[in-house]
Design a binder for this molecule. Sequence first.
Ligand code: WTA
Length: 677
Amino acid sequence: MAEKETGQLSEAQIAVHWREEKYLHPSTKFIAQANMTDKTICDRFSLDNFPDCFKEYADLLDWYKYWDTILDTSDAPCWKWFAGGKINAAYNCVDRHLDKHKNKTAIHFVSELESERIEHITYQELYVRVNEVAALLQDFAGLKKGDTVTLHLPMTPDLPITMLACARLGIIHCEVFGGFSGRACADRIIDSKSNVLITIDGYHRGGRFIDHKKNADTAVNLAKKDGQAVDKVLVWHRYPEKYLSPTPMVEGRDYSINDLLKNYRGKRIEPVQMLAEDPLFLMYTSGTTGKPKGCQHSTGGYLAYATGTSKYVQDIHPEDVYWCMADIGWITGHSYIVYGPLALGASTVIYEGVPTYPDAGRCWRIAEELDVNIFHTAPTVIRALRKVGPDEPAKYNYHFKLMTTVGEPIEPEVWRWYYKVIGKSEAVIVDTWWQTETGGFLCSTMPATNLMKPGSAGPGLPGIHPVIYDEDGNELNAETGAAGNICIRNPWPGAFQTIWGDRDRYVSNYYARYCKNKDSKDWRDWPYLAGDAAMVAKDGYFRILGRIDDVINVSGHRLGTKEIESASLDIVEVAEAAVVPVADDMKGTVPDLYVSLKPGYEPTEELASRISEGVCEAIGKIARPRKVWIVNDMPKTRSGKIMRRILGAISNGKDIGDASTLANPEIVEEIKKKVSN
Ligand code: WTA
């Protein structure tokens, strides 16, 4: 399907095709306590009741002022939810819980060092810290409502505290995943036009103390070259009284947050009343071209949707201990470590380190110590845990009532291990399909009202009406048994508002494909194209097959093939580069990088590893190619287009099909020989 469009390999083409699995039932014990047991909820959220049905989600929040229009479509397809309503996200995640829950833990912070005790931050303490940081951002950094600020922070409480301090003031936070390189951080500083960067000296990861501050120096210098000046770098200390980075602070530019905070002790900042449609944050994600897209999320709609789905799909109650083992640097962490759980007054766990450090039992010791009862992770982590410690969970006394999986398709076999061994056959599983762009879950079973089916995400959630279209816009229903492009018929409150600074790209990437009338202000004319291939079964459950565009999903993280290719083209010897996804037992998919060299250069091991390092430096270690293949030439069409489909087939040991129409068919055998050796 995608092949027809682009002549290239897409993930969907190497996605597995599983058989239909048997249903599993949620336990009566789970159902008895669930937040949502009303099977008629989908009727309440039917298209007939759209968009008013979403008032039910908005009513989970405290508003300064109710909206004038629940869904304003006047600037279609830039939707405005709860237009005219006034709200503050930090108020909803912190202040409003103080009455009843001020002594309750908001955040359990687990250091990677097991010798360090877990830190329990109460809602009152969170309130104090968020206010003091907000005072610093306002009075020292001069930031105000509508400004953007780039955060490059790893998994410590400083990250959600900084996010909430921004939200309190209406500052748009742009968090860059901590594992990304200084170069990747610079790109996001430039695109978001941030004058302030917030970072940290370092953190523990995989048994090492990482010097993170050095990334800030790289980022600021590269941003400057591109004309974006960062005047202030605010640096958290991993340990308040120590500075542990070997990279020195730069006089007049870098400031220690922990030192400055001493001047803001006891300061309180009134939350700023934001319009529901004011942006809350940007989250960058990969797309079909090299440049990452800044997905702009709203305040009211986003928070309502993250909160509603946290409550009904993850079944979070205020007394739950909820652990989402993702990184806050991705959308999963924003919605389901920070905003959703805190808006519901739950206790959310933040774990700094690697799930299998120092051994396969680490997660289960944390779960036991904190008595975690909701657990959220990704297939790639489940596969890793299964490999290193298949019998480990049974050794620990913890009990989950619900578990979530997200980020990539989960193999039924892995699903069953998750269910039996990690979930001890007690926990309900929700397989949630969604994206950075969508703000919250789109397809999943509702834990108490739907049956579970391994390998399928599930039906559209309440108020989400998915449809599968073929290339010509015909609907593909269950009877056809065919896969196509999954779209959502209607807008929903969590949907991103636009791509920061690039409305045209927003429209063309997500809405133009199946738009019925480009001048229409009616949402019915603007189906949302998710960019995934999917099929629907007779029971209405959707199975997601993978990306249809040039995006590789490595361990549940989206990387653009073009980003990796352009990074390798920065190495002087490289003439051409092509990246293809390779199926991987642990990570789902990994990138294979093919390059050809400019005349006069010799292929060497040294060069291959330099190219690989170059990619890591440009993007981050997560993008490291499985292998860099230096080839004499790329397989090309007569018009000169690189045939990635053929390279993908070779990398995956699949049949390459007909190569006779290529301009250089002989190269295929040569490459095949090289790769199969
Ligand atoms: C994939 C992560 C199958 C999909 C929240 C999507 C999934 C991309 C699932 C978004 C799932 C996410 N089953 N595939 N349950 N969840 N995906 O933006 O290809 O990092 O388009 O958001 O991950 O990745 P993103």
